[in-house]
Design a protein around this ligand. Structure first.
Ligand SMILES: *Cc1c(COP(=O)(O)O)cnc(C)c1O
Length: 426
């Protein structure tokens, strides 16, 4: 069985990280600044995670309590939890299913005099067009914060110049992972200095804890090969264990008690060294291979409506979401065909503020309820991708929109889809 995901790190990188854990902090050679590796020089914070960096950002910003933050309606649960911890109110913004970009009409409707910031997420590996949102932010004097956790594509793209901050994750399931760590590009030097000063007060992540983490993910990497994974899934099934929950739970970061204590740490030297290595030696060909696998699936499917976010470009297909009518039976059908799909557990739909039910992102809610994630990574041979494409063709959701046949060139679909196209059509 083809596992849902492969951890995007080589054995050599893992060994490098492990060896670095044995070097005490005062013996580490100073690293060249990661910022110097990309076109955007200088203004970058290296943090333990995107969540840690975002929390630092909000601490440093000191927005008045009760301020509202407009957020892309899909994100990981902890992002809104952090907003709330700072006494701020997250306000969900409906997304255009074609691109997963915030709907402009909804942004206008949601903004109030209490609105201070917008948190936009680039979802599933696609990169959304930030220009209209940046214009909106400028017009209303809102801070624009860009969540690029799912959109890392090498040091050439370090965020949109109009955002105040752009956050990239190197967490375990992310592209070019360092099993943790994040880069936060901050375009206001004074703000960056405040964030760095705050972070310098944090206790440091322990290097043995990081070594343990490397061991854990080395283990997960070892069992994600096709024959081993298939055997394990069969074994779990025989013992009545839900492997889906087990796997999704195993890769969740900062789960359990003491969330804020645990994110408020500095990354250890070994993590920093591994992150620097992943950026410096970024493997563009691997990313291209993954993107190509996603494009083949899209092309064979011929229905981008069933693939939320497919119309955003460039797209690296960090994950491949597919909207189906009946997720459990689609997952079962794919399992029979040898593919391990999942509904996922980490992404959530943001609830509207209690007193503004009209902002409930119904289109996004419907989409996310029916989305399953398919295996899509460079290790999949073309033969498997074609088989997967054939297996998903009859499963793709058709209810909401008329099917677009292969006859219509994909480029045409991309050109004609407008940001507001079907966002309010539910
Ligand atoms: C993974 C992810 C994060 C969190 O990144 P960490 O570095 O693990 O904190 C935030 N937002 C989105 C959309 C993500 O996918």
């Amino acid at each position: 069985m083809w596992a849902r995901k492969r951890i995007d790190i080589s054995w050599i990188d893992l060994a490098f990280g492990a060896v670095r854990c044995f070097v005490p902090a005062h013996r580490q050679r100073p690293l060249p600044p990661i910022a110097a590796l990309g076109p955007a020089a200088g203004d970058m914070l290296e943090s333990l995670s995107v969540r840690s960096g975002f929390d630092l950002l909000l601490t440093a910003l000191e927005l008045p309590p009760g301020s509202e933050v407009l957020v892309s309606a899909v994100t990981i649960r902890d992002m809104t939890r952090i907003i709330e911890e700072h006494g701020l109110v997250p306000v969900a913004i409906e997304l255009d299913p074609a691109t997963m970009a915030p709907d402009l009409e909804r942004l206008r409707q949601a903004a109030t005099p209490a609105t201070r910031a917008i948190l936009v997420a680039h979802l599933f590996g696609g990169r959304i067009d930030l220009r209209p949102i940046a214009e909106f932010a400028t017009k209303h004097q809102l801070l624009l914060i860009e969540d690029c956790a799912q959109a890392y594509a090498g040091p050439e793209f370090m965020g949109h110049p109009a955002s105040m901050a752009s956050m990239f994750s190197f967490g375990p399931i992310k592209t070019a992972t360092a099993l943790g760590g994040a880069l936060v590009q901050v375009r206001d030097p004074a703000l960056l200095a405040r964030m760095s000063a705050l972070q310098a007060e944090y206790p440091r992540q322990g290097r043995w804890a990081f070594l343990l983490r490397i061991a854990k993910y080395a283990g997960l990497k070892a069992v994600s090969s096709r024959p081993v994974y298939g055997a394990l899934v069969r074994l779990f099934r025989a013992f009545g264990v839900d492997h889906d929950r087990l796997v999704n739970g195993a890769v969740r970061g900062f789960a359990g008690e003491g969330f804020f204590v645990r994110i408020r740490r500095q990354p250890c030297a070994a993590l920093l060294a591994l992150m620097e290595r992943r950026v410096r030696r970024f493997d563009a060909r691997r990313l291209e291979a993954r993107a190509a696998a996603g494009e083949v699936l899209l092309e064979r499917l011929g229905e981008v409506e069933a693939c939320p976010g497919a119309a955003s470009t460039p797209h690296s297909h960090w994950v491949f979401p597919l909207k189906v009518d009946d997720p459990p039976s689609a997952i079962a059908a794919l399992a029979r065909a040898g593919f391990d799909a999942t509904q996922g557990q980490s992404l959530v739909v943001v609830d509207p503020p209690d007193d503004r039910p009209e902002l409930d992102p119904l289109v996004t809610r419907d989409t996310m309820k029916k989305v399953i994630y398919l295996p899509c990574y460079p290790e999949l041979p073309s033969e498997a991708i074609w088989r997967l494409a054939a297996a998903i063709a009859p499963l793709a959701a058709r209810a909401a929109t008329p099917p677009v046949r292969q006859a219509i060139a994909r480029s045409e679909i991309l050109c004609t889809s407008t940001p507001q196209s079907n966002a309010s059509s539910i």
